[in-house]
Write a protein that binds this ligand. Structure first.
Ligand SMILES: *Cc1c(COP(=O)(O)O)cnc(C)c1O
Length: 451
């Protein structure tokens, strides 16, 4: 039998996160205060985030210790397996070696608890007793519900209404962990009520839900806000993925020629990819990095690199990122975790500097790849993760005789997304053309700043 699963011994568990920020060739630009156009210092954000996370947000340190309390919770499912996808390779008839890092073994079924646990810990440490957040497909909400419960915090989740209605089992999960959940837009916030007054039947959006959670956190002394992607500290926490994968590949004497991840806000991709970047930047390795996004929500391949708000109500500081415009509402594709108008500033800067190659793929080819993966490797992937699988297949079959090593992140399982698979098999899913007009419209409203 060939060695399929590469398991990292517990005593090799990763104990530090890697911060790529100081290694970005062209550097990172600071967040701006929309009122003044000046850099927004930490004091602007202390009502919303604890100091421990704000320090990480602005840190220039390469290595940051993972607190013992966080490691303790990580040890419930970490280290995660790295698997050589022999059966998939065989089905494709390729000489390429394909490895996937499997984050679906976490309690929430995705990579998201890697950051949720760390965020709950730093909030707890600073005396916060309640967190407010938003969730689209429900992955982040279930991760934070789990994490807050581990540290004895209350949790309120604003869940985008269409997902609230389509994904009842994500709701059940959050309830089981003890969180309070409401469909967004809701009557619980002034912003939610204003959206409902204008459009009572709105399906909601991630940008609206973020605005509601921010309002909740800003209006209560005991509450802070938690974001599941995009920000530097979230990407930092996710680097356990790539750091473990690097050690696991070394155990079988391998090293990737290309590292692939799907991109919603950019956190799982940065998590798997950035730990390999110093080798490339120091000229030691020729590794490529491919970030995959849906063609229907193409911030990296079709967006503008500009300062923009993170939410619809324009409550966040301005971040420099590839964006489709903060009021762009993406089509209802079934990879809910990839429907965000912007991309993490770190990922955006690395695309700008030519380190990351962005790629856009369509919904149907992703489900086709996901079904092939399920039938060969056995795991039914999350629709988001299918984007990474599709890109891995493209890389492995471009020239089937070229030996190369491919690593992709399998960000989560799809056991709570089976309704989307049903629609795919029923022929009811479609590709959305690049929504050029909607993007042109939304990017007209980008905030004006002097750059
Ligand atoms: C949320 C999610 C994503 C997208 O978020 P990133 O921050 O870009 O990683 C991808 N895959 C799964 C399974 C998710 O839950």
């Amino acid at each position: 039998m060939k060695k399929k699963k590469i398991i990292l011994p517990d005593d090799e568990m990763v104990r530090q996160w890697y911060n790529v920020a100081p290694d970005i060739p062209g550097g990172l630009t600071p967040p701006l205060d929309p009122a003044t156009g000046q850099p927004a210092g930490p004091e602007k954000m202390t009502p919303i985030f604890p100091m421990g996370l704000l320090e990480q947000e602005m840190s220039a340190e390469r290595w940051i210790d993972i607190p013992e309390e966080v490691l303790e919770v990580y040890s419930l499912w970490r280290p995660t397996p790295l698997v050589r996808a022999f059966q998939l390779e065989e089905a494709l008839g390729t000489k390429a070696k394909i490895y996937y890092k499997y984050e679906g073994v976490s309690p929430a079924g995705s990579h998201k608890p890697n950051s949720a646990v760390a965020q709950a810990y730093y909030n707890k440490r600073e005396g916060v007793t309640r967190l407010a957040t938003e969730t689209g497909a429900g992955q982040w909400g279930s991760a934070l519900s789990f994490a807050t419960q581990k540290f004895g915090l209350a949790c309120k989740v604003y869940m985008v209404r269409v997902s609230f209605e389509q994904k009842p089992y994500r709701k059940s999960m959050m309830n089981t962990y003890g969180a309070e959940i409401v469909a967004s837009p809701s009557n619980d916030t002034a912003f939610g009520r204003s959206v409902l007054a204008k459009d009572p039947d709105t399906p909601g959006s991630l940008g609206i839900a973020i605005s509601e959670a921010l309002e909740d956190a800003a209006s209560r002394e005991d509450t802070k806000y938690a974001l599941g992607s995009v920000l530097n500290h979230v990407l930092l926490h996710q680097t356990v993925i790539g750091l473990e994968a690097k050690k696991q590949l070394a155990m079988v004497d391998d090293y990737p020629d290309v590292v692939i991840g799907c991109c919603g806000g950019g956190s799982n991709f940065a998590g798997v990819a950035t730990p390999f970047m110093p080798d490339r930047l120091e000229g030691k390795k020729n590794v490529r990095f491919v970030g995959v996004e849906p063609a229907s929500c193409p911030s990296l391949t079709r967006g503008k690199l500009a300062y923009d708000f993170g939410d619809v109500a324009k409550m966040t500081p301005l971040l420099q990122m590839y964006t489709l415009g903060h009021d762009f509402i993406p089509p209802g594709i079934h990879a809910g975790g990839l429907r965000y108008h912007g991309m993490a500033p770190i990922v955006s800067a690395l695309v700008r500097d030519g380190i990351i190659e962005p790629m856009a793929v369509h919904q149907l080819e992703c489900f086709e790849a996901g079904v092939l993966f399920a039938r060969t490797e056995g795991i039914i992937p999350a629709p988001e993760s299918c984007h990474a699988i599709r890109a891995a297949i493209i890389e492995a079959t471009r020239d089937k005789n070229e030996p190369k090593t491919i690593l992709f992140n399998l960000s989560g399982h799809g056991m709570l997304d089976l309704a989307s698979y049903d629609l795919y098999f029923a022929g009811e899913l479609h590709n959305y053309e690049y929504p050029a007009e909607a993007i042109a419209e939304a990017t007209k409203n980008l905030p004006k700043v002097d750059e």
